[in-house]
Ligand binder design. Structure first.
Ligand code: MSP
Length: 512
């Protein structure tokens, strides 16, 4: 059986969910639904990253101990994702006991194998990033992300012999050119690996930070948050048993944003090598969203909230916009005018009108009862069916390439075609001629089939809309009609529901 293991980054619990985190969720949720609908065995993992300085500081600011703080924030995340309808199979927290145990087990193993050593180290440390920087990485002496001057810290710590695996990782990337994709990000990692990567400091003295997983062989230290968090991808599978791990791990598809390329592209595979575990299958890297051309930030008040979007235009419309407007791997801009334009053109007009027109005619002309198809198909009937078959073939290809915008384009080409088919066949004119009633019944039958196919093709992208279409067509959830061939789903007399407005137009103030 085909299998896929889909993961998102674990979200830091120091901020509310926003478009950046929701974007990875939308992509991965779409893929998980797509593969499950195609009969694959899929495991879809998300969760929260809860240890480290950043979280300890956020808790302190809130005046709460880290544990209750993370409990509450993690629950907020989970509730937000549930309200968005994301279909993850497991939600992991890095404070979960099984995760903590596994991290300690792995640390012990790597330590015993000699790949973790104790050393004195002085370096420039950025508290925001929770890591040491080399002079070369700084911009004007400041952390490139936080624009703050890092502090000189000298202390004794544990180090992971990352450099030992540098050449092996470079070879792996050469032998598996799509290990990290799109290619630009692979090239970035290759460039990093052509320089000295050094070893990785993986502990923090408790004198400085206590909120972390204790180093199992030295109680004076806790584990560096990245060394802890990355391991979730394995601990979540191991939690379900060794067999489960063996089954899914080789099929791991990680999804991340480009800012966390280095930990996932270098720390993680070298950690896996040291632990004697196979590498993940692919690291899939997406770009960043800006809002009206600017970096999203709380102070600018321009962050896009998935829950607010759901409230305003519905989750499916938000999903559609995000997937249709961006190209996987590239940056994208969230613009209000683009959102309204796409919503009105693609959803309210093309899709919404098609559905309401067809259902209205079916009800007006035949009281909702589906009419039989004769064996005698006209050229335009066949062309309509072919267009949907073409959309499906293209969609499969685009999904494999993670080209979500293209996949949606293909479906919309078929939707456009169905609208043109109405103009071409003009059932509203034909109906005036009693001798043409049978043909009108056939035309509408083909159009109902088109709507059924739309529901099928859109299900991974717009699950609620797909469901609503099936409800309007009075189809059951079961597999039978889902897989039925064109023309073999609706038995004559099957009654469909009345028309409805799926996507009410958004009126701009100037139009109102
Ligand atoms: N906790 C780490 C990940 C550990 S994975 C073992 C982390 N968390 S995060 O909450 O800061 O970021 C989560 C994800 O959101 C990352 O993939 C990040 O790239 C993504 N995004 C945050 N802001 C974003 C945008 N503005 N646009 C797109 N994605 C962005 O990093």
């Amino acid at each position: 059986m085909d299998r896929i293991y889909i993961t998102t980054p674990l979200y830091y619990v120091n901020a509310e969910p926003h478009l950046g985190s929701a974007y990875t969720m939308i992509i991965t949720d779409t893929l998980a639904r797509y593969y499950k609908a195609n009969g694959w065995e899929a495991f879809y993992l998300t969760g929260t990253d809860e240890h480290g300085d950043k979280i300890a500081q956020a808790a302190a600011q809130a005046g709460v101990d880290p544990k209750p703080f993370t409990d509450q924030m993690s629950a907020t995340f989970q509730a937000a994702w549930d309200s968005c309808g994301f279909s993850y199979d497991h939600f992991i927290r890095t404070t979960d006991a099984y995760h903590v145990r596994y991290v300690q087990e792995l640390l012990t193993k790597v330590y015993k194998a000699g790949d973790i050593y104790f050393d004195r180290y002085g370096g420039l440390y950025c508290f925001g990033c929770e890591r040491f920087y080399t002079e070369k990485e700084l911009v004007d002496g400041k952390c490139p992300d936080h624009r703050t001057v890092p502090e000189l810290i000298e202390e004794e710590n544990y180090f992971f012999r990352m450099s030992k695996y540098q050449d092996r990782l470079l070879r792996h990337l050469e032998e598996h050119p799509d290990f990290i994709r799109p290619e630009g990000f692979k090239n970035e990692v290759v460039a990093m690996l052509r320089e000295r990567i050094g070893d990785l400091c993986i502990s923090r003295p408790k004198s400085r930070l206590t909120w972390g997983i204790e180093i199992p062989f030295d109680q004076r230290y806790v584990t560096y948050v990245w060394f802890d968090a990355l391991i979730n991808y394995v601990s979540a599978l191991k939690h379900r048993g060794e067999e489960f791990f063996e089954k899914f791990w080789p099929q791991a598809e990680h999804f991340i944003g480009k800012d966390i390329l280095k930990p996932h592209g270098i720390f993680w595979p070298t950690m896996l090598m040291a632990a004697g575990l196979p590498l993940y299958k692919h690291l899939n890297v997406h770009g960043f969203w800006t809002s009206e051309g600017q970096k999203m930030s709380k102070s600018l008040g321009n962050t896009v909230s998935p829950l607010e979007m759901k409230e305003r235009i519905g989750m499916d419309a938000f999903r559609y916009f995000v997937l249709r407007e961006s190209v996987f791997g590239q940056d994208a801009d969230f613009r209000e005018d683009a959102l309204v334009a796409r919503y009105n053109a693609d959803l309210a007009n093309n899709l919404g009108n098609l559905v309401s027109r067809v259902l209205a005619m079916q009800n007006r002309y035949f009281s909702g009862a589906v009419q039989p198809l004769s064996g005698d198909w006209r050229k335009e009937d066949q062309a309509l069916k072919d267009k949907f078959a073409q959309a499906e073939t293209e969609l499969h290809r685009h999904m494999v390439e993670l080209q979500f915008h293209r996949a949606l384009e293909s479906v919309w080409a078929a939707i456009d075609h169905a609208n043109r088919y109405i103009v071409q066949t003009a059932p509203f004119t034909l109906f005036k001629d009693p001798a043409q009633r049978t043909r009108v019944g056939e035309v509408l039958h083909h159009l109902l089939e088109a709507i059924r196919q739309i529901s099928r093709l859109l299900a991974p992208f717009m699950p609620d809309t797909a469901k609503e279409l099936r409800r309007l067509l009075e189809l059951k959830e079961g597999d039978g009609d889902y897989r039925a061939l064109w023309g073999e789903c609706f038995s004559p007399g099957h009654k469909i529901d009345g028309p409805t407005v799926l996507f009410p137009r958004i009126e701009l103030p100037s139009e109102a």
